[in-house]
Design a protein around this ligand. Structure first.
Ligand SMILES: Cc1cc2nc3c(=O)[nH]c(=O)nc-3n(C[C@H](O)[C@H](O)[C@H](O)COP(=O)(O)OP(=O)(O)OC[C@H]3O[C@@H](n4cnc5c(N)ncnc54)[C@H](O)[C@@H]3O)c2cc1C
Length: 418
């Protein structure tokens, strides 16, 4: 293990047990994680294309679990029961690495915490440990072609047949389904009840007969998400998460976890200011006031996002369910992604926009990828609605469809025009 000699002055002011934890994390990362610098070109730009193959990710996740550093703040016995401070320290130490963990973010950041909270003991015993070690990969299947922001208007049906459910319908934008083993799906179990109160959540096995996955191509060239079709897919009742018709409660909890995870940079994907400084220096523009102003703006927003992340982790450790601060974090993260990529492409200039230089073309890729963060996990507009209503106390949007039985709705997916 690295000695105390490596510690900075600020770190030495930490309580001894946190200092020991920091050194443990530092030693683990030094041994197992690829450093960011190893994946930068000579301008310091982090490459987006570095291979993170599944085997590498699984091996890293298993090592993380063995070291007691996976699912850090999950309660015992499911996780190590770590503190918010420890999570913060892990984030600080991991900032200079590219952790090969993207495949597990949905499972570990969103689905499994929901199973820990709402699932049965049998489900927790069966799924939590394998997910934590990266042995099984999970997806989240909420969105449908007609139900995204208003996901409660979903049309996918689940009908009870003895001790099984029969699922029919289509999901879309399912991230990682092509490599996943399991997914958490929400489906309509009652047409008689209002739309939020007739939904149930299930665990689905992607290898079950009747499940068909079709990858989608994105504008940035990737194909990370999919359409998933369900035709008479049989799901045992033992795979139901939470009560029948109470899936909305589980879905909201999962969406809150998602916003916190995206907003607090769970993927470690925030570009940061170092590549901007390197780019500006190479282009001879580092002394331009507007460029400096832009870089300082990105720096401040990155720091603010880090502080929001600390606050949400502390709230969650204190036993508070993720609240509207998740929406604030998500919104700030999405705005930061756009500002960073806009500034990068502005500094790179025409060459970057025309993909003329392999190094600068990375900024064009960042511009094409940034809009995804404004949509995934609830759009910027939806986050603003939540902040307006739940933080600022503004009146709620009028909702004509909240109390009517789903089958009587004439709006959303039930609209005669839909
Ligand atoms: C990268 C990425 C990954 C994703 N991964 C998943 C996944 O793994 N699983 C999954 O289930 N889904 C996933 N999604 C889907 C995502 O949740 C939806 O795209 C999102 O909720 C928006 O829904 P929509 O695309 O149907 O847009 P719509 O809901 O049709 O929205 C269209 C426009 O109308 C605006 N709008 C809608 N309602 C309101 C309102 N009430 N007030 C103001 N403006 C409004 C929106 O802001 C948007 O600009 C992913 C999306 C992206 C981009």
């Amino acid at each position: 293990m690295t000695g105390y000699a490596d510690a900075t002055e600020g770190e030495l002011a930490e309580p001894i047990e946190l200092m020991e934890f920091r050194l443990k994390v530092r030693a683990f990362l030094a041994e197992h994680a690829p450093r960011r610098s190893t994946r930068r070109d000579d301008d310091g730009v982090v490459t987006a294309s570095a291979a993170e193959d599944l085997a590498t990710q699984k091996a890293f996740q298993a090592a993380l679990a063995d070291a007691g550093l996976a699912g850090l703040t999950w309660p015992k016995p499911w996780g190590p029961g770590g503190t918010a401070e420890q999570q913060g320290i892990f984030g600080e130490e991991a900032a200079s690495y590219d952790l090969p963990i993207t495949t597990f973010l949905i499972g570990l950041g969103m689905v499994i915490p929901t199973i820990i909270e709402f699932g049965t003991d049998a489900q927790r015993a069966r799924y939590v440990g394998k997910a934590l070690r990266g042995e099984e990969i999970w997806s989240q299947l909420f969105s449908e072609p007609g139900a995204g922001s208003d996901v409660a208007s979903l049309q996918m049906r689940a009908e009870c047949d003895g001790d099984e459910w029969v699922l029919n319908g289509q999901k879309v934008w399912t991230t990682g389904a092509q490599v996943s083993d399991f997914g958490a799906v929400i489906a309509r179990t009652s047409l008689e009840r209002p739309k939020h109160r007739g939904i149930t959540m299930f665990i689905i096995d992607f290898t079950a007969p009747g499940v068909e996955i079709r990858p989608l191509r994105q504008m940035n060239g990737g194909s990370g998400f999919n359409e998933v079709f369900f035709t008479d897919v049989r799901v045992p009742d033992a795979n139901r998460i939470g009560d029948v018709d109470d899936g909305w409660r589980c879905a909201v909890a999962m969406l809150m976890n998602e916003r916190v995870a995206i907003g607090s940079g769970g993927g470690g994907r925030s570009i940061g200011v170092a590549p901007l400084i390197e780019l500006a220096r190479r282009r001879g523009r580092l002394d331009e006031p507007l460029v400096r102003d832009g870089i300082v703006d990105v720096y401040i927003r990155t720091k603010i996002l880090g502080l929001i992340g600390q606050r949400t982790r502390a709230a969650s450790k204190a036993g508070k369910a993720p609240g509207p601060e998740g929406s604030v974090a998500k919104l700030v993260g999405a705005l930061l992604a756009r500002r960073t990529s806009d500034l990068g492409i502005a500094i790179a200039g025409v060459g970057g926009q025309a993909w003329m230089d392999a190094r600068d073309s990375r900024w064009a890729l960042a511009v094409l990828s940034a809009p995804a963060s404004r949509i995934a996990g609830g759009t910027d507009e939806v986050q603003r609605n939540i902040i307006g209503e739940r933080v600022l106390g503004l009146p709620k949007e009028p909702q004509v469809d909240r109390e009517l039985p789903f089958k009587e709705l004439r709006v959303g997916t039930q609209s005669p025009r839909a």
